[in-house]
Design a protein around this ligand. Structure first.
Ligand code: HAM
Length: 416
């Protein structure tokens, strides 16, 4: 038997239902917050991720799926969504005019060669948003609160947003230099990965899972001592906005994020088990660094598999139950013609409808209708149809009525 590749999964059963539920909620949120959908390629030039996510990051050094295509080009399966969106904004000159933020969202598969475990896959799905052309702390608050509100509305009301500021580019550089000077004499006390990170990505040492509780890390310089006055003021403004929106957030100076493109605010959506459901931040230099004009940006991505996992523990069975509106029962050829036509009329009127698609006996159809939790049964009978009537049974109260054939859709619409 050929089996699925390690780190992948088939979306089916309850997980598929929860995934559909999440996607509906996302679509509603995107309409209300006025975001536009964007889809970029699953694979991009390898160089794109080196120049955005960063050469020294774990993602680029250890986790990308890289290959040469048949034309000898260096190609990488996207490990995240921001790089492709930024490339597309530049390539398609989606710069907007001076006054409009450009608000985009995606909900796509990403690829990272990670060690598979609960909530960690090699093919996974991110819902992400990216906003360009605004450098206002008000937009920071809108973006952070959008993700928070979405998670709460999905049912994850114990989520906390851990926020931090990396300051502007020069604050970040000063802080990075201070970290390197501090860690160098302690290099032997750090884990193997962090020993390399001193050269490649010193900020990442701060959120190392291995060295987390070591004295060296606890006594490291604090980022807040290196943040410029403007960045501090901006961060205070953001906190005022978040307070006013009732967002459950905490400042956590260890949130530095694993990707190179951030400046100013960064954040992660966490549950108390320490697993990040998502994360994001501002990236005001990224578009320019990739060859575009100065165009500030901000965004986040949520890991859909982790949300499914958490919702599965929480959502009541009721919400996930199969609940269809109508099951239409038919046996004879004439009844089947009616069943098909009525099912079409009902479905086109947003009534969830199922028919006997397997030539079942009447008795078996009753059983199927019960397993589908049908609210109403339409029981087609030749003798009724000759009189222009249709039998409808309320499958909960068990009451039966005969309805005029021409009024069947209205009757169902009026009663479900
Ligand atoms: P990230 O923190 O690398 O950020 O990923 C965001 C989320 O994707 C994580 O918090 C996690 O829920 C999910 N995720 C990451 N790796 C895996 C995996 N192997 N299996 C399952 N879920 C995973 C970014 O990707 C940035 N592009 C976010 C962003 C958008 N920043 C600005 N705009």
């Amino acid at each position: 038997m050929i089996t699925k590749p390690k780190g992948t999964y088939d979306l089916l059963g309850v997980d598929a239902k929860i995934s559909n539920y999440i996607n509906h909620e996302i679509e509603d949120f995107m309409i209300n917050y006025n975001y536009e959908y964007i889809r970029t390629p699953v694979f991009e030039s390898t160089e794109l991720f080196h120049r955005t996510v960063g050469d020294g990051t774990d993602i680029v050094t250890k986790e990308t799926y890289d290959f040469k295509d048949r034309g000898d080009r260096n190609i990488t399966l996207r490990p995240e969504g921001t790089a492709g969106v930024v490339r597309s904004v530049i390539e398609n000159k989606l710069y907007g005019n001076k006054n409009d933020p450009i608000k985009l969202y995606y909900n796509e598969t990403m690829y990272r060669y990670e060690r598979p475990q609960s909530g960690r896959f090699r093919e996974f799905t991110q819902f992400g948003i990216e906003v360009f052309n605004s450098d206002d702390a008000l937009i920071d608050a809108e973006v952070i609160s959008l993700g928070y509100n979405l998670l709460v509305s999905l049912g994850l009301d114990d989520v906390v947003v851990k926020i931090n500021t990396l300051g502007d580019a020069s604050s970040r550089e000063n802080y990075t230099n201070a970290l390197v000077s501090y860690f160098k004499p302690h290099i032997n006390d750090l884990c193997e990965d962090c020993q390399k990170r001193i050269k490649t990505n010193p900020l990442r040492i701060l959120d190392c899972k291995v060295d987390k509780n070591s004295e060296v890390l606890k006594n490291a310089p604090k980022i807040s001592d290196y943040i410029s006055k403007e960045s501090k003021e901006r961060f205070n403004k953001l906190k005022t906005y978040l307070d006013n929106l009732d967002i459950n957030y905490e400042v956590d100076e260890n949130i530095v994020r694993g990707l190179d493109y951030y400046d100013e605010c960064v954040w992660e959506y966490m549950l108390d088990d320490g697993i990040a459901l998502g994360g994001g931040g501002r990236y005001n230099s990224l578009v320019e660094n990739l060859g575009g004009p100065y165009l500030p940006g901000i965004g986040f991505a949520l890991g859909i598999e982790r949300i499914i996992l958490k919702l599965k523990e929480k959502i009541s069975d009721k919400k996930l139950e199969n609940m269809i509106d109508v099951y239409i029962m038919s046996v004879s050829d004439e009844e089947k013609i009616y069943a098909l036509k009525i099912s079409q009329d009902l479905r086109l009127n947003n009534v969830i409808t199922e028919i006997n698609g397997n030539n079942l006996s009447l008795k078996s159809q009753f059983k199927v209708a019960d397993t589908l939790n049908a609210k109403f049964l339409i029981i087609l009978k030749n003798e009724d149809l000759q009189k222009g009537l249709i039998t409808v049974k309320d499958n909960i109260t068990k009451e039966e009525v005969k309805v005029d054939e021409s009024e069947i859709v209205d009757y169902i619409l009026g009663n479900i």
